[in-house]
Design a binder for this molecule. Structure first.
Ligand code: 5GP
Length: 204
């Protein structure tokens, strides 16, 4: 029997360690990460087709019109969206795909693709988030305050998610998310094909 991959959304507060966690899941366990399309300018070192597909506003709006995206959102004046092709190709090849997206997009996925699981990553406390953002040394005090204020607003989204994972110890958190993702393969919503197959078999 051909085993399909699963899709899981990963979001969380800025500074919660999402990016690091997702990279570890890719490196250590072979998950695929969806490559998003965006209208924002590439940052130094970012490669088109690897970090993002960089698009003009016109091209992006055309992708929306042609229904080529699983979801999209406007974030800080730029569009971000998940192209369907890559994600569906991976899961059809049996590879699990992670979507690291912000919360509006996550809720859109939940509405349109109810089989997809939504995972929210949080630091253990607000104080710890502040410590991490300050420790990075890459953001100004003003930006840190903005991100913390945003986190206050984002708390309301947590109950909409299926799973909340606390990133206290990175290694443990990565392992726990991997275990969670593996167990999702056994959930009914990810085994619709198997149910159909077995039902048909018994009805032969
Ligand atoms: P950045 O500009 O820092 O790369 O990303 C900004 C935000 O956009 C992050 O919260 C990131 O998770 C989110 N993001 C990246 N790709 C997508 C996408 O395809 N869809 C949505 N909805 N958000 C995305």
């Amino acid at each position: 029997m051909h085993k399909k991959g699963i899709i899981a959304v990963i979001s969380g507060f800025s500074g919660a360690g999402k990016g690091t966690i997702v990279n570890r899941l890719v490196q250590d366990y072979g998950y695929a990460i969806s490559i998003s399309a965006t209208t924002r300018q590439p940052r130094e070192g970012e490669i088109d087709g690897k970090h993002y597909f960089f698009k003009s506003k016109e091209n992006f709006e055309n992708m929306i019109k042609e229904n080529e995206l699983i979801e999209y959102a406007k974030y800080c004046d730029n569009y971000y969206g998940t192209p369907k092709d890559y994600v569906f190709e991976q899961i059809n090849n049996g590879i699990d795909v992670l979507l690291e997206i912000e919360m509006q997009g996550a809720l859109q996925v939940k509405k349109d693709f109810p089989d997809v699981s939504l995972i929210f990553i949080t630091p253990p406390s607000a104080r710890e988030l502040r410590k991490r953002l300050e420790g990075r040394g890459t953001e100004t005090a003003e930006v840190i305050e903005k991100r913390l204020a945003r986190a206050v607003e984002e708390c309301v989204y947590m109950p909409e998610y299926d799973y909340i994972m606390v990133n206290d110890d990175l290694d443990i958190c990565v392992k726990e998310i991997h275990q969670l993702l593996q167990s999702l393969h056994f959930s009914v919503k990810n085994q619709v094909d198997l149910i159909e197959e077995i039902t048909a078999d018994f009805n032969k």
